[in-house]
Design a binder for this molecule. Structure first.
Ligand code: ADE
Ligand code: ZN
Length: 329
């Protein structure tokens, strides 16, 4: 089989800020005279202790991203990183909360900068990016409405989805139904983080109250065989991030991760990195882990790419262009 790194990959679950190389954040902090030393370890990697602390470090890193130019440079750095791992299509979570604080006018400027970088990366590196506007659960439902407003105002060829990330143990999906209804109205694809820090009920609530076609993570559905069957029958797509789940302590090792059991049960699974530098991972490392621990090979990796292609929130022309690239490799 082709070297894992060279396999053409599609990634549906990547937080733009969470993909920031630590050196990129450190450099911006230095230039802006912001002291961020507390969020790095002695080796210069992001340092956190568990999920809630991870969110704190993530948000601290975001404080240095204060202008559209910062997001332009970040987008280029992230897409270079992804293209280097064989990624040909990526959907990135973009948060208006970190791009102008939810103000639609500011958001347009940030988004224009991100899209300009994506266009440049596509021309130079052959990687296609689409954006999924994302609200942050623990920031509350009012901010989610602002995020949805930003999504409504900018939905189109580049902004193709709406989602929710953040602390799954805060509030309830029904508190965000208004925001998701607004996003659905303008034709955006919908995804919600669930079944990561919450169990099967959390996945059920996201499906019922937010009517999403994809679930971010969703792996704890494995705790309820009836829910696993429902996901398989309804074709709900899971954006599984094994390395993230192990790094954050959800599973003690990849051997105990349910991704292979979910796939064997007929659930549509895709694989992503979530916040790669935080978890010391890349798409190639994710693939390598699946090959080493579960014996995944060309058929499984082909099927991952095809599932992601069908589940991507892009327009038909983009999907067809990515399909042609997959066939050509
Ligand atoms: N934001 C960034 N990464 C996240 C994760 N793994 N879960 C919830 N929110 C996030
Ligand atoms: Zn995520």
């Amino acid at each position: 089989m082709t070297a894992l790194r060279d396999l053409p990959k599609l990634e549906l679950h990547l937080h733009l800020e969470g993909a920031a190389p630590p050196a990129f954040i450190r450099d911006l902090a230095k230039r802006k005279h912001i002291d961020l030393s507390r969020i790095f370890d002695a080796q210069g990697a992001y340092a956190y202790d568990g999920f809630v602390d991870f969110l704190r470090v993530y948000e601290a890193a975001c404080t240095v991203l204060t202008s559209p130019q910062d997001f332009h440079d970040l987008t280029l750095a992230v897409l270079e990183q992804s293209a280097d791992q064989g990624v040909i299509y990526t959907e990135a979570f973009l948060s208006p909360d970190f791009c102008g604080g939810g103000d639609v006018v500011a958001w347009r400027d940030y988004l224009a900068a991100i899209e300009a970088a994506a266009t440049q990366a596509e021309a130079q590196l052959g990687i296609t990016m689409r954006g999924c506007v994302t609200c942050i659960r623990h920031f509350g439902s009012d901010k989610a409405r602002y995020a949805a407003r930003c999504a409504q105002e900018t939905a189109g060829r580049f902004i193709t989805g709406f989602g929710i990330a953040g602390d799954e143990n805060m509030l309830h999906p029904r508190d965000f139904a208004y925001a998701f209804d607004a996003a659905r109205e303008v034709g955006l694809g919908l995804t919600a983080h669930a079944g990561e820090w919450g169990g099967p009920d959390s996945v059920r609530a996201a499906l019922q109250d937010l009517r999403v076609s994809r679930i971010g993570h969703g792996v704890r559905a494995i705790e309820d065989p009836v829910l696993v069957d429902t996901l398989a029958e309804q074709g709900v797509v899971l954006e599984v991030c094994p390395g993230s789940n192990v790094a954050l302590g959800l599973y003690p090792s990849l051997d105990l991760h349910p991704v292979d059991r979910l796939r064997r049960a007929g659930v549509a699974v895709t694989v992503s990195t979530d916040d790669p530098p935080f978890f010391h991972t890349t798409m190639t490392r994710e693939y390598q882990g699946l090959a080493d621990h579960f014996g995944w090979d060309a058929p499984e990796f082909d099927s991952l790419a095809q599932t992601a292609l069908q589940a991507a929130f892009c327009d038909p022309e983009t999907r067809a262009a990515i399909a042609r690239k997959l066939e050509a490799r």
